[in-house]
Design a binder for this molecule. Structure first.
Ligand SMILES: Nc1ncnc2c1ncn2[C@@H]1O[C@H](COP(=O)(O)OP(=O)(O)OP(=O)(O)O)[C@@H](O)[C@H]1O
Length: 308
């Protein structure tokens, strides 16, 4: 904390997505929580449709704040985290999104913004892994915290209607999922830790840094975001039971022998598909891709968490 250096009280930057319903209350709440905990009045910055938190996080770092709080959903958290990763300045989260997947996996209270705000100011710093994705051999890497998907899951996210998402939350994904069930498998080659490659005919591949989704579903049983590893789930419905085998695989917490769902893990993964597929990072649909390189950056991001 900068407090001891100059005896000024610590200060947080709060990067707010003003499009979220509860965003209007965040300023007053954060001002009160800061004052109650001996912190200076926060620096408030807002995201825009064109800039979801990147320049705002850079400004926060330039102002030498003690913690940068993302008040929004997973997209806002991802943009802010990409700037903070590797800097030693911690990320706090006030979850205002639909999925709030990072907050869920951290065990933050997603229904109590004031509790999350207190945790962001007074919690301990916990180092977590981030995953860097290089898409179609681009020069820059994109960071994600929870999961990336190529194929079916990304197509579902791209097709999920925003209006429906705001009204019924994660059930909107079920609506899009059912519409996307028919479709053709694609030939894919997967290489883990630059070793032996395997060839699949799959509908989708999802890379996870941690395991939990909404509704208590654990996509990657046992995955933790401080294990220095990434997890891959290959979905290839086959045989008469097709998608039922996939469901059985998902709900058996990795114990199913059904080949419709296969898991891999390592520190790096390379995935190439024969035809471009929908692609998503932490739930943000980002167009199509046919090649992904995924690398774990172990412990690169500090997050604020109570009791850690
Ligand atoms: N000032 C703004 N006005 C309108 N839209 C904005 C603004 N700032 C950001 N956005 C949009 O908000 C979206 C990001 O939302 P965010 O990730 O915070 O919530 P979410 O999508 O509901 O989260 P989750 O993934 O947790 O469900 C982006 O589409 C971005 O363009």
């Amino acid at each position: 904390m900068n407090q001891s250096a100059d005896s000024l009280p610590p200060r947080a930057a709060v990067i707010i997505n003003p499009a979220k319903g509860e965003a209007a209350d965040v300023r007053a709440m954060m001002t009160t929580v800061s004052s109650n905990n001996g912190w200076a009045a926060p620096l408030f910055l807002e995201t825009t449709p064109e800039d979801g938190g990147t320049s705002q996080a850079r400004q926060a770092l330039a102002e030498n704040v003690d913690v940068v709080i993302a008040a929004g959903g997973d997209g806002t958290v991802r943009c802010v985290a990409a700037v903070l990763s590797g800097t030693g300045t911690a990320l706090g989260i006030i979850p205002l999104g639909t999925g709030n997947l990072l907050a869920r996996n951290l065990g933050l209270d997603i229904n109590d913004p004031a509790a999350a705000a207190r945790e962001a100011l007074t919690g301990a710093n916990r180092p977590i892994d981030v995953i860097l994705a290089t898409v179609d051999h681009a020069r820059d890497q994109q960071l994600f915290l929870v999961m990336a998907g190529l194929g079916f899951d990304a197509a579902v996210m791209a097709d999920t209607k925003d209006g429906l998402k705001d009204t019924v939350g994660w059930l909107a994904y079920v609506d899009a999922g059912i519409r996307k069930l028919p479709g053709r498998p694609v030939k894919a080659t997967i290489t883990i830790d630059a070793g032996h490659s395997t060839v699949h005919r799959l509908r989708g591949v999802t890379c996870g840094n941690c395991g939990k989704l909404q509704g208590g579903v654990e996509l990657f049983p046992g995955a933790r975001f401080d294990d220095g590893e990434l997890d891959l789930m290959v979905v290839a419905p086959r045989g008469r039971l097709g998608w039922l085998g996939v469901l059985a695989g998902l709900f058996s917490r990795g114990r199913s022998k059904d080949p419709s769902v296969e898991y891999f893990h390592g520190k790096t993964a390379e995935i190439s598909v024969a035809t471009p597929q929908a692609f998503q990072l932490d739930g943000d649909p980002l167009g199509e891709a046919s090649h992904l390189t995924l690398t774990v950056d172990a412990g690169a991001l500090l997050v604020r968490q109570a009791g850690s």
